[in-house]
Design a binder for this molecule. Sequence first.
Ligand code: SF4
Length: 322
Amino acid sequence: MTENFAEIKNLNVTYQTKKNVFGELQNIYAVNNLSLEIKKGEILAIAGESGCGKSTLAKAIMKLIDAKSGEILINGENVLTLKSRTDLKNFYQKVQIIFQNPYSSLNPKMKIGKILAEPLEINTKLSKEEINKIVEEKILKVGLDKSCLNNYPHEFSGGQRQRIAIARSLILNPEFIIADEPVSALDVSIQAQIINLLKELKEDFNLTFLFISHDLSVIKYLADRIAVMYLGEIVEIGEKEEIFNTPKHPYTKALLSSVPELISTNKEKIKLKGELPSPENLPKGCKFHTRCPYVKEKCKTECPDNINFSKTHRCKCFLYYN
Ligand code: SF4
């Protein structure tokens, strides 16, 4: 059995907003009692519409925003309790993130060589020569030429900038990379190149990936397992084949139905109705009930628990209760 690299237990991430004109505040749940395990060496994809909490989850794991409660265990250590500089430094050597927009994630005033060297200068005691050697190795690894180290980010195309951002994410030899919609800002013609690069790097550096995307075609190509997220909760999780061949949750079926080439003619198709409700007005009971074609009275007031279909496949839906 493959060991878990990371375990997220009962994670809640909230933000505060004004409840009324008197300035009273209320907690809005962006991630809601979420539990998930990430196996060492796998690519776990998180699928779901924009606004369902995928990026909030990524930021909470990276400690870019505070979690309200729960645990995020990486190699058994709860990252939510890390406070000291040394602990945080060790954490950011192990865990890196690639963002959607490579331009805003690269300092426009720094040359690429400096952008790549800086994490090594801050986090290691390597000599200048040793740092230069690693920087050159990494830029070649992502398919760019050494000559680009003397240029600024604005001198590159979107695809090249994302390659540079990937090189930077690799510079400290991390074990785990969170890729948050890494190709959705790129031209379709470039997307496949970046996806193939990530796949290649995963093998070469023995990486574990959390891959966040709204694009099921990309997920189908890249992922080992898939977790489907809706309004801050994982509503279904399973091996890629389980999710694509035998989806259970009506929301998963609706997402698959929206990509005709992913769903065979004999599969049930569900048209997704309406907009994703705002987290400020979270529905009671099953959060999907306002859009679900199978909604029953019970769904409007009670939250379904996970039902297991195999050791790896589970979903939250009353349809499967006896
Ligand atoms: Fe639909 Fe009810 Fe299942 Fe929710 S629990 S997905 S509302 S059938």
